[in-house]
Write a protein that binds this ligand. Sequence first.
Ligand code: IPM
Ligand code: MG
Length: 356
Amino acid sequence: MGEHSIAIIGGDGIGPEVTREAFKIADAASEVFGFKLRKNEYPFGSQHFIDTGEIFPDAAFEEVKGLDAIYLGAIGDPRLEVGKIEFGIIAKMRFELDLYANLRPIKLYDERLCPLKGKEPKDIDMVIVRENTEGAYAGMHGFAHKGQALEVATQTMVYTRAGVERAVRYAFELAVERDKNRTVTLIDKANAVRAHDLWTRVFGEVAAEYPTINTEHAYIDAACMWMVKNPEWFDVAVTPNLMGDIITDLGAMVQGGMGIAASANVHPGRVSLFEPIHGSAPKHAGKDVASPVAAILAVSMMLGFLGEKEAEAAIEKSIIELLQAGRIRGVGTGVHPTSEVGDMVATEIRKVGASV
Ligand code: IPM
Ligand code: MG
């Protein structure tokens, strides 16, 4: 029987409540599929910082590095300086654990969730591979003559050949594994950001090693248009960090909203980080109205990465069935209390257990 050690950071706003539901499901799956979860909970987030001055202390960071996976609910708090806690927690993990591929599946589970006319689940099923350690997020920025009329602000987008290549390669491997349309689309802005020529060239070189995988290319602006007009064209797409950040919020809406979209920040063979894409939504915090579906899907991705493929599939299937049967209605609109959705999914998982 497998045992997995997990770091759990509920974080800010709705983070702790959706995390609680996600682990309700993880616990049900562990009973049904016979694995053990060793859960280490950490209090980090904005409130903890305000109370103690501590963001993510080194000792805890070292401890987390030695675990099997990290789960993060959400962070961000309007009381703090912009970016402080985001960089101290999320970006710290992405960079210092070298989690170079941010996988963001965009999958429509039920037609009624899609804001686009006439699109069905068969039309929307893709994974965006967002390069996760470089680009505009590398932290190379500065100001000169701060506050003066001639103030200068710069931020350098950083791309390394090795960094681009591993993200692109991940996307090709994923297209092989998914075996869907066997297509990888490169999304960039090489016509304006000339540094993206490195992406163009590396993509071409890696593609040559995968003769059975088709390739496509779209500039980010056009890709946003295609995502709305013809989402069925996408299978796997790979894109620089900032473009990936932007297009995956669009993708989240196409699949039914931030209450559904989940993500994995991975470095194969190392401890990886799983999180819903949504933020901390402070105005909904503590009201039991947030959708835990995204958080639950993030837990299912985590279990899949830990090798619990049956649990991953059962959780996703339960959610699809509940959505398609109309039992979970209006994801993220507060129709169902947060905990009720968790209970429904946990019941479905336990039924799987009772039937085997
Ligand atoms: C995301 C978020 C983060 C990002 C923020 C919170 C720094 O928007 O995970 O998509 O920009 O990467
Ligand atoms: Mg984002």
